[in-house]
Ligand binder design. Structure first.
Ligand SMILES: Nc1ncnc2c1ncn2[C@@H]1O[C@H](COP(=O)(O)OP(=O)(O)OP(=O)(O)O)[C@@H](O)[C@H]1O
Ligand SMILES: [Mg+2]
Length: 381
């Protein structure tokens, strides 16, 4: 059986993914997303008329990948933000639009929901608990997460390209026995490295990019840890109930469902580890329930499951085997830390807390010899 990873590593096959945004040509992207966020109450049709003028303005401007584009005066009353990016170009790099085909500029109009995560309870005969929080996305809370995440490598774009390709292939009804696709992603690594934030930011991008395919998108955050510890003897049943809720939503083919299982290790601890420690068989039942349920929701091509973990040793091998993407998210490098501090300073300058005259230079046009004193000071922090 060919896994997606094998397939994408194959050069010939990867070349066929050009129209999915995976062509790897760094200088000029073949696919660009233009995300246009509308003010509350503004209709898409009001702004759609100006699409051509917005695009021609963009094509003649200096735009850095996934960095917001300043909305111009005439659009101020309709549009609150424009974000432009391509999964083929590293984050923050200057976009070169030479030769880009008009139909490869994907324009997405959207507005955000501004209610936070709504608690969803699951009950057993003994008790009830908040099993998950649900957001209708794109939502206000997840805005700007993507732009503010800075990684030393190109993980954001790799993930976006890969997951978009997975979802597109799923919609084409590709045979999952030939192309192994579970729409299951695992991000693992040390605490506080941005795994959860990246999942939320990715879900927000996908909901915007797919808004002409799906009528609505739901983000479900499952706190597996608290669920498991509180109802230890009932965890198998709770897992079942949780996934039934997901399934109910997924049954509507016009809804995109993105599930986040944070700290997945608490639900999928290796069954061997459990046996060795003579732990009650409930943990084994819970692992089995999770695996069975993942296999069940595999049937739905509108469901994506994102999982995170701080550890990998104790994760169930059968679970790791099912993932399409298993990616390490490491501690930020000095360059990434510089960029995070730079963004924070810029924001403080924008709101007037820090003097705007003290110009700190962005990392991309900066070198240790030629930079100004403020930048040197920040680098040496
Ligand atoms: N690479 C990064 N760039 C910008 N901000 C980051 C980065 N990594 C972490 N942060 C910030 O640090 C905070 C913690 O991030 P987050 O909760 O996503 O980490 P995590 O990897 O899920 O941690 P844990 O493993 O403990 O759950 C967030 O506010 C996030 O924005
Ligand atoms: Mg986390």
């Amino acid at each position: 059986m060919v896994t997606m990873a094998d397939a994408l590593e194959d050069r010939n096959l990867a070349n066929n993914f050009t129209n999915l945004g995976l062509n790897g040509n760094y200088n000029s992207p073949s696919n660009v997303h233009v995300e246009i966020r509308l003010h509350k109450g503004v209709y898409k049709s009001d702004v759609e008329k100006q699409r051509d003028s917005i695009i021609s303005r963009i094509l003649t401007s200096k735009i850095y990948n996934w960095r917001p584009f300043n909305v111009y005066k005439e659009l101020d009353s309709l549009v609150s933000k424009i974000l432009i990016g391509s999964a083929e170009i590293p984050d923050g790099e200057l976009l070169n639009f030479d030769g880009i085909e008009a139909e490869r500029i994907h324009t997405h109009f959207y507005s955000v929901k501004d209610f936070g995560g709504l608690p969803h309870e699951i009950s057993t005969t003994d008790d009830e608990a908040v099993g998950s929080y649900q957001w209708e996305i794109p939502c206000k809370e997840f805005e700007e997460l993507w732009e503010n995440l800075i990684f030393a490598d190109n993980i954001k774009n790799e993930l976006l390209a890969y997951v978009s390709a997975l979802l597109q292939l799923s919609r084409l009804d590709a045979n999952t026995n030939i192309l192994s696709m579970n729409r299951l992603v695992l991000l693992y690594g040390p605490p506080g490295t941005g795994k959860t934030t990246l999942c939320k930011a990715l879900a927000q991008r996908l909901s915007i990019h797919q808004n002409s395919i799906y009528k609505r998108s739901i983000f479900i955050e499952v706190n597996s840890h608290s669920l498991f510890s509180k109802w230890f003897s009932e965890s198998g049943k709770l897992v079942l109930k949780m996934f039934n809720q997901i399934e109910e939503l997924a049954e509507d083919p016009k809804t995109f469902v993105c599930v986040l299982i944070d700290e997945v290790e608490s639900l999928t601890m290796g069954r061997n580890a459990s046996f060795q420690k003579h732990e009650p068989s409930d943990s084994v039942r819970a692992v089995n329930a999770v695996l069975t349920q993942i296999d069940k929701i595999r049937r739905f091509n509108n469901v994506l499951v994102l999982t995170t973990s701080n550890i990998t040793e104790a994760l169930d091998a059968a679970f790791v085997d099912r993932t399409d993407i298993c990616r390490f998210v490491g501690n930020p490098t000095t360059h990434a830390i510089y960029s995070m501090l730079f963004d924070a300073i810029k924001e403080l300058q924008r709101v007037g807390v820090i003097n705007r005259e003290q110009e700190v230079e962005p990392f991309c046009n900066w070198d240790t010899n030629g930079c100004n004193d403020e930048s040197k000071c920040l680098w040496n922090l």
